[in-house]
Design a protein around this ligand. Sequence first.
Ligand code: GLU
Length: 289
Amino acid sequence: MVTPVFRFAPSPNGLLHLGHAYSALLNFDMARAAGGRFLLRIEDIDTVRCTPELEARMLEDLAWLGLEWEEPVRRQSEHFADYRAALEALADAGLAYRSAMSRGDIRRLVEAHEAEGVLWPRDPDGAPLFPGREHERDEEEGGVWRLDVAAAIDHLGARDQLGWMEEGTGPAGETGWQAADPAVWGDFVLARRDTPTSYHLSVVVDDALQGVTHVVRGRDLFTATSAHVLLQDLLGLPRPVYHHHDLVMDDDGTRKLSKSRGDTALAALREAGMTPGDVRRIVGLPRVV
Ligand code: GLU
């Protein structure tokens, strides 16, 4: 039998709050219950916003919660070559292209269209879809690498089977087999000049390299899974099962917690005298596994 592998993959660009505690503890508890392994991965590709100080505070908070993880911890900023190799494989297959359009260029194009009453399509995060491959500039250096999603879907030639097994639930209660729809993201970013990879690319490369079998994460990433399974199939990577979980909401129950809200930071709760058991109770997890 294959040993299940779970991971918690935070970005050290702020302080951990109750939402992270829930996700980390849930992964840890599920790994224990399944007789599996629990890994921690530091997603610090944004080397400006992610700092060693924030990472150190994050590790301290996680240890305080009672989590134990395997060493060494994988830190994404130390593995840019792995993501580069994946990007090159996609570029060699003719599925990735470099675009010269800046965010400002895209915004102006969208505004011009919408001024004429034509609504420009948006992705699930509300960002305008990229206008398309005609804006590539392959002969020049720099720019943003994007996936040609239409070409990628054609390349696989099996769109009906592109999907994943959802063991948790999506925003509308989706569970079980999910057909992926990566086109909702348009030609998403694979790498930028200042960040030589993207969240989507590095997360699939690392989940495969680390042998992750169960991705347990917040429901806000449910729709991103369509992009992830597309990349997995293009790169020949195995498909984990996915379990998207509830988000811990703020006091009035309307918004998910953000790193900028100091009062739910684990460090603040700890200083106020809360115990790890209190945190488990607040997020609705059992005390002992
Ligand atoms: N690094 C991501 C975050 O902090 C999580 C990525 C994932 O679990 O796939 O939101």
